[in-house]
Design a protein around this ligand. Structure first.
Ligand SMILES: *Cc1c(COP(=O)(O)O)cnc(C)c1O
Length: 378
């Protein structure tokens, strides 16, 4: 089954009573036993729920995973993965990862004796020299956030295997439609389903996926024991959204390619970061390891010539908002918004400046998006 077909068909047929075409929402917190030790596969919704199972089967099929557990947010999926670790363990992560992930790594987990090193993951020697005897996890996010650097997933997996280190990939930015890290040897993949998988900016959620039996067992245990699973209502919304993942991703990419081409070389734009542009440093790698360039792009606005607030105020189709992956276009300033929690020095080290603008390109007509950007920059 191809991706577009799997997105529509896998997992959805759960109604044996009436054969409804879509998956019903089963909000029941608990399920009756037929007799002691015998039920219909569900006992309590934190542990398992038919609507959530439908989504988990669907997402596992898309990602090529043996197993998926849907969580209440993307951060909950990240927490679940971090609980694979124990006191004394060390993690190597990219220095330009999602701001919320960075905050969690910087503030909460060190209290429990887990330490983190942040490196430029495009530099293999930097990754190698960050490894310690107690390193247990390599945290990959590609394309990175907000500058869309491309990390060589297969190279990271090779380094990790030499040192018996677990690899984790946050695949939120491309979705399984454009990138499947498990196929490249990664051990655990996670998403914020809030973004492209749901795609309609109307629910928050996450998912954690793996194929190796020991990881599947441990992650399933963690999600249940810690109470991280998502609600049946939320699972149902994501299941509705994911059915159009393919057409949406194609439309996001069409708009991003048009916008990147327009911004590239514009007198008020200093630099454009989009892996689909031939001069992007990760262009060839992206062509090799991804099946598309995605719908996210960033650019450095000349803020001496154009005040960001004036620019944002003129835009008609790009709302000033965090988040990404919805059908509507959004723009934000990582310096004050998505990456504000990072500390100035860390932001500068990651290449983020006050002029850096991150765009989540929606599925509007590319000509409208380009015309809107054109008048706002004029
Ligand atoms: C949004 C996001 C998260 C966090 O997900 P939430 O659903 O907001 O908790 C994690 N990683 C990436 C790359 C994201 O974009």
């Amino acid at each position: 089954m191809r991706r577009e077909t799997a997105a529509v068909h896998v997992g959805v047929a759960k109604d044996t009573a009436y054969n409804s075409v879509i998956t019903p929402i089963y909000p029941s917190s608990t399920f009756c036993f037929d007799r002691v030790g015998e039920n219909k596969g569900y006992d309590y919704t934190r542990s398992g729920n038919p609507t959530r199972t439908a989504l988990e089967e669907n997402l596992a099929a898309l990602e090529g995973a043996g197993f998926a557990r849907c969580t209440c947010t993307g951060m909950a999926a990240i927490v679940a993965v971090l609980f694979l670790l124990r006191q004394g363990d060390h993690v190597v992560a990219g220095h330009d990862i999602y701001g919320g992930t960075y905050r969690l790594f910087e503030t909460l987990f060190p209290r429990f004796g887990v330490s983190f090193s942040f490196v430029d993951m495009c530099d293999e020697s930097a990754v190698r020299s960050a490894l310690r005897p107690e390193t247990r996890m390599l945290w990959i996010e590609t394309p990175s956030n907000p500058l869309l650097n491309i990390v060589d997933i297969a190279a990271m997996v090779a380094i990790a295997r030499e040192h018996d280190v677990l690899t984790v990939a946050d695949n939120t930015f491309l979705s399984p439609y454009f990138q499947r890290p498990l196929d490249l040897g990664v051990d655990v993949v996670l998403h914020s389903t809030t973004k492209y998988l749901n795609g309609h900016s109307d629910v928050v959620g996450g998912v954690v996926m793996a194929t190796r039996a020991d990881l599947v067992d441990r992650l399933g245990f963690i999600v249940n024991a810690m109470g991280l699973a998502n609600s049946p209502f939320d699972a149902w919304l994501v299941l509705r959204g994911v059915k159009t993942l393919g057409p949406r991703m194609e439309a996001h990419q069409r708009g991003a390619l048009a916008l990147a081409a327009f911004l590239d070389g514009h007198p008020r734009v200093r630099r454009v970061y989009y892996p689909g542009l031939p001069h992007h440093p990760g262009h060839e790698l992206a062509q090799r390891q991804q099946s598309g360039f995605g719908g996210m792009l960033s650019f450095d606005l000349d803020i001496e010539a154009l005040d960001p607030d004036t620019f944002f105020g003129r835009l008609r189709y790009f709302s000033l908002a965090e988040s990404l992956g919805g059908v509507e276009s959004l723009i934000e300033q990582p310096w004050t918004m998505s990456h504000a929690g990072m500390g100035e020095e860390a932001r500068r080290a990651a290449g983020i400046s006050p002029g850096t603008m991150r765009v989540s390109v929606g599925i509007e007509h590319p000509d409208d998006l380009v015309e809107d950007m054109e008048q706002a920059l004029r």
